[in-house]
Unconditional design. Structure first.
Length: 312
């Protein structure tokens, strides 16, 4: 394992974060995640950071970044340190990729989605709807070694991490209890950098959380399935592990998770009245009770009461 250097120490206290992708403005589901993480940080007298996950640049909309910040501030959710933008952190991700290569657990892959689907079909393995396919190891070499760095920098190939056998990851979620995932059976060797040169969410979020000294990650349950992969990467890189708390999702009328892909309506923060309405809906979804509901309640008063009501 590598030894991380110059990382903020968790001994400095609680550090949480909210990390939206600027592919669209905040909707009810993302406000629940923002509010839950903000309340958890405030209840624990910690710091709450804002990180803009604009890594997938083709999907990101520049003006949305400012819109998200304005929506958060309109709801009284202010952050405590300078905003971090993933698009400006390529060197950090490159350094992490280089470390994986030095540890002889990185290999190139030229498989398309169709190639993977065909290989899985031959093995009689079906992928559940709306879930990523388990990688069958088509491109994995018989023996692993460090690759020439100029080869790793070749943008025509994806680069995957080679998992050890029987890679079972177990952890405790503060809301959902004990969790476990067999990465070999449920995920397979996963991509750290895509063939178009973009680093993946799995790699970037691990590097960012470590370098920002995040001690607890509060986010939606849609990201629960990513946690085992991120813990494994933390182990390999020698990072300290944060705690995890996954929040209940906001679903639409069809039982689907609210998302930008399903054209979820953005929250209305045109004035304090509408912002407070959105906060109250988010608070109800989080199970907060006995909060002030009068017409003359300010956002600051409501957030203070919500902080006291939050059970971290």
């Amino acid at each position: 394992m590598s030894t991380p250097k110059n990382l903020p120490s968790p001994a400095g206290g609680y550090r949480g974060r909210f990390a939206p992708s600027p592919t669209g403005p905040l909707h009810a589901g993302s406000l629940v995640a923002a509010l839950g993480s903000w309340l958890d940080a405030r209840k624990n007298e910690g710091k709450w950071l804002l990180r803009i996950e604009d890594l997938d640049t083709p999907r990101c909309i520049p003006e949305v970044t400012q819109q998200i910040q304005a929506q958060l501030l309109a709801c009284g959710l202010s952050w405590d340190e300078e905003i971090i933008y993933q698009s400006q952190r390529q060197k950090a991700y490159q350094d992490a990729l280089k470390r994986f290569n030095e540890l002889k657990c990185l290999y190139s892959c030229t498989c398309s989605r169709q190639t993977i689907a065909t290989a899985l079909a031959k093995l009689s393995i079906e992928s559940p709807r709306n879930q990523e396919m388990v990688y069958p190891g088509t491109c994995r070499p018989a023996s692993l070694m460090s690759n020439p760095w100029d080869t790793v920098q070749d943008l025509k190939k994806a680069w995957r991490i080679a998992l050890p056998q029987n890679c079972l990851i177990e952890f405790k979620d503060l809301a959902l209890g004990p969790q476990s995932q067999n990465l070999n059976a449920e995920v397979g060797d996963f991509v750290l950098r895509r063939s178009d040169g973009l680093f993946t969410y799995q790699l970037a979020v691990v590097v960012d959380d470590a370098e920002q000294g995040i001690t607890r990650i509060v986010r939606g349950q849609d990201l629960l399935s990513n946690t085992a992969r991120q813990i494994y990467l933390q182990d390999v890189l020698g990072y300290q592990k944060p705690e995890y708390l996954h929040l209940p999702l906001v679903l639409d009328a069809h039982g689907e998770k609210l998302s930008k892909q399903t054209l979820a309506t953005q929250i209305n923060t045109q004035d304090d009245k509408h912002s407070l309405i959105e906060l109250r809906k988010a608070g109800m979804h989080l199970g907060l009770k006995n909060l002030p509901d009068g017409e003359n309640v300010s956002i600051a008063e409501w957030l203070l009461a919500a902080t006291h009501a939050w059970k971290s």
